[in-house]
Design a protein around this ligand. Structure first.
Ligand code: S0N
Length: 285
């Protein structure tokens, strides 16, 4: 992967642009060089609201990251200090969804949520400013959230004529409880970083100037741990509320481990060598 250093930030990281994602318009993809990928939604004039193109680019980035052995942890954030993300871009909301350049109305963010949960690597939301509407759901779907003191959280659906009955409702209620989730959605209030921390929506609140450094610290602490254990734990924690799809993700991790065992490889080798497999040495304890 060809990379080029672009900036040195408060986190002490010389972020480098990722070549594969250079043509992107709405999302900047950068690599720390030691295992962290940073995805930044770059539409600050719209408080980083997403349009179909933004979601497509995020999806492509997550697919790239899934297969990239150099990436261990992902940071998701928004450009500037005013907003992490303000949800779906209301100015291109048609009668049946958000309308992209091809004129097709879509509700594509739900696919992105699934990609993020399926990624066998942790995703950390780095939130400065507003995480509102679909932007609030994006940070919730991330595995962890580090927030600056200026962060504000909330849903607007019933005010602007939308709602997310998927993770935006069910997963929120798992995190903060049914009563609080109903309050979030029915009243459409905003909550500050400390309130979000108290509700368990945020893992840590820091001063704005320390946001990136703290987030990078969390990434590096995670990267010292076993990637297989982290992937299996993420799948197990997802399985709790993802039903059959969650069990399938967890089972996929088990299959990956089995493929790496001599017992699993004996089955493959026997087939390729046109002989009967010999599983006798692999008796169970
Ligand atoms: C974020 C807020 C609170 C910021 O307020 P502030 O700082 O006072 O700034 P503003 O002056 O309001 O905004 C600055 C400029 O940014 C534009 N803008 C902000 N948010 C959006 C937005 N979401 N869409 C389009 N433009 C936005 C403003 O218009 C302003 O522009 P100018 O300067 O040109 O006037 C405040 O801005 C706010 O409340 N924003 C709206 C938040 C909101 O209601 N978001 C949408 C909620 N709904 C969703 O996200 C849908 C979710 C979804 O996508 C989905 C759900 C379920 C199933 C599927 C889907 C799916 O679509 O896939």
């Amino acid at each position: 992967m060809g990379i080029e250093a672009v900036e040195s930030c408060g986190g002490g990281v010389n972020w480098a642009l990722v070549d594969r994602c250079r043509g992107f318009e709405d999302v900047r993809v950068e690599f720390s060089g030691d295992g962290i990928m940073k995805l930044t939604i770059c539409r600050p004039w719209k408080r980083n609201a997403f349009r179909p193109k933004t979601l497509r680019e995020l999806e492509q980035a997550f697919l790239f990251i899934r297969d990239d052995p150099n990436t261990r942890v992902v940071i998701m954030t928004g450009e500037g200090t005013e907003a992490f993300c303000s949800g779906g871009d209301q100015s291109i909301r048609g009668d049946g969804g958000y309308v992209g350049e091809d004129g097709v109305p879509r509700l594509e963010v739900l696919d992105l949520h699934i990609l993020m949960r399926r990624l066998p690597k942790p995703v950390i939301a780095m939130v400065a400013g507003y995480a509102i509407g679909g932007g609030h759901i994006l940070h919730m779907v991330c595995d962890l959230t580090i927030a600056a003191e200026n962060a504000r959280f909330g849903q607007t659906g019933p005010k602007v004529g939308s709602f997310d009955g998927g993770y935006g409702s069910s997963y929120m209620s798992r995190i903060i409880g049914q009563k609080r989730a109903r309050e979030f959605w029915f009243l459409c209030r905003q909550y500050n970083a400390e309130e979000a921390f108290q509700m368990g929506l945020v893992n840590k609140v820091v001063r704005l100037e320390e946001l990136e450094a703290e987030t990078v610290r969390w990434c590096r602490e995670i990267m010292e741990k076993s990637p297989t254990a982290i992937a299996c734990l993420k799948a197990a924690l997802n399985a709790d509320c993802d039903g059959q799809a969650g069990l399938s993700q967890l089972a996929g991790e088990a299959t990956r481990l089995f493929y790496q065992s001599k017992e699993g490889q004996e089955g493959r080798d026997a087939f390729l060598e046109r002989r009967k497999p010999d599983f006798a040495p692999y008796a169970r304890f």
